[in-house]
Design a protein. Structure first.
Length: 111
């Protein structure tokens, strides 16, 4: 019978710890890989993924004050008010046009 090697499953924390050690001491890559029984190429692959995630996080990071729940609620309320005002302005513009047309029709030439 052949001996079946099962791959060890590493948690996110395990991978993070290995990558952290690799970042601190890159010259110790072989030692870290041996300690955790993982391939050096796998270790470098995890490091690349980690760095890519960090890069994405920095690109998405926004400086400035953080929005609070109260601020978001207030902003939502203001957007609704603006939409209501815009709707009312459109109604008034239509009414104004109708009144102008009626005025021209009434004050037009009488035959």
């Amino acid at each position: 019978m052949k001996k079946v090697n099962k791959k060890k499953s590493y948690t996110h924390q395990d991978k993070f710890d290995m990558v952290e050690q690799l970042l601190k001491r890159p010259e110790k890559a072989k030692m870290i890989a041996k300690k955790y029984n993982v391939g050096v190429s796998t270790l470098y692959k995890w490091r690349s993924r980690f760095l890519e995630g960090a890069r994405q996080e920095l690109e998405n990071y926004k400086t400035g004050p953080k929005a609070t729940v109260a601020h978001a609620s207030e902003k939502s309320g203001l957007k609704k008010k603006v939409a209501d005002y815009e709707k009312r302005i459109a109604e008034l513009v239509c009414e104004n046009e109708i009144l102008k047309k009626n005025e021209n029709w009434i004050s037009g030439p009488l035959l």
